[in-house]
Design a protein around this ligand. Structure first.
Ligand SMILES: Nc1ncnc2c1ncn2[C@@H]1O[C@H](COP(=O)(O)OP(=O)(O)OP(=O)(O)O)[C@@H](O)[C@H]1O
Ligand SMILES: [Mg+2]
Length: 324
């Protein structure tokens, strides 16, 4: 059985419509009118126990709405979601004890107290016994390297330290299912890296099923073999990340640095010139011709240095949407 099963899941928000001015306000008192915002429009996917899946898409695509439905904060307008056999919005206590939703933009820690106080409160809420609590807390603080800050007032922590503590607070009950909504947002690259490693370790250590949303493609590249792409409430792709790259990115990118200035016109014979500066140029070349083209250019042009790279995933994702 899949850990997460989603069938034709949809969510339409009713947004209160208000006309401008006093007249509109008075009218609204008597007759409320609503606009429909179709945030999620019939989404299907299954996720197996222990999978770590990237859930990506542009702003407003419906990612957070989907995660909120899966964690039981929102009732779907239609369709069904089953997680570990439970219907999330019924908010069965046994269900809530096995999941966690972590939002990078929201915090649950008490601002004026040390983080450890929130952990301890969550321990009671989730009825975690003392022994497991100690054990988990030791594990998590070690994995995140935050032992020394748990007793400091949260307001005095750095953003990165706080996010690490937010994660621990959300994991005190060692959820089997983890919904991570932009957990690395706004953090510096070093902390982002730490958190990525932590997410991977948590996934492996506890065989946890994780859905991760992020606008940082490094998160997705490093953590997720599988990605689900959503745009305007509909799925655009569900499959392996490397397949996505292979099937959409027919080209690779070669960046050259030259010893001497070259003419842009001399470069077009090798491929599509996407960037050209005096001593530097970037060229897109079909994947299967890359070796030929690179060696020809090395022979025929004053090349000082070259670098071959994949098209950025951001670009590929844009292409996925444009193909629709
Ligand atoms: N509470 C709400 N009431 C009305 N509309 C909402 C509400 N929450 C979200 N929406 C709308 O639903 C759509 C999907 O929003 P959602 O937050 O799920 O997107 P997202 O993919 O998480 O975007 P982002 O990457 O910016 O976080 C958007 O058009 C948004 O404006
Ligand atoms: Mg969101």
């Amino acid at each position: 059985m899949a850990a997460i099963e989603v069938n034709s899941l949809s969510k339409t928000y009713k947004v209160h419509k208000k006309e401008e001015g006093l007249r509109g306000s008075v009218k609204a008192l008597f007759k409320r009118e609503y606009n429909d915002v179709e945030a999620v429009k019939g989404v299907d996917f299954n996720i197996g126990q222990g999978e770590l899946v990237g859930f990506i898409g542009p702003n407003g695509a419906g990612k957070t709405t989907t995660l909120k439905m899966l964690s039981g904060l929102l009732v779907p307008t239609s369709g069904t979601a089953k997680v570990l056999g439970y219907t999330p919005h019924e908010r069965d206590e046994e269900y809530l004890k096995q999941i966690s939703l972590v939002m990078g933009q929201k915090n649950q820690l008490f601002w004026d107290l040390p983080a450890i106080e929130t952990f301890s409160l969550n321990k009671d809420i989730y009825e975690v016994d003392e022994k497991s609590y100690r054990e988990v807390l030791n594990n998590l603080t070690e994995m995140l390297d935050v032992g020394d800050i748990l007793h400091q007032q949260v307001r005095k922590l750095s953003l990165g330290q706080r996010m690490k503590c937010e994660l621990i607070a959300s994991l005190v009950h060692t959820p089997k299912i983890l919904f991570l909504d932009e957990p690395t947002i706004g953090l510096d690259v070093v902390v982002q890296k730490n958190l990525r490693k932590f997410i991977k370790d948590y996934n492996q250590k506890y065989n946890a099923t994780i859905i991760l949303t992020s606008h940082y493609m490094d998160d997705v590249k490093e953590l997720c073999e599988r990605v689900i792409i959503i745009d305007e409430g509909k799925l655009g792709y569900d499959g392996r990340l490397d397949e996505l790259v292979r099937s959409y990115a027919q080209n690779k990118i070669i960046t050259f640095v030259f010893d001497k200035e070259v003419d842009k016109a001399d470069l077009t014979q090798y491929g599509k010139v996407t960037d050209f500066q005096q001593l530097k140029a970037t060229i897109e070349v079909p994947r299967d011709q890359i070796k030929d083209v690179a060696s020809r250019m090395l022979q025929e042009l004053p090349v000082d240095d070259l670098d071959i790279a994949e098209i950025p995933i951001e670009e590929i994702i844009r292409q996925v949407f444009n193909h629709e």
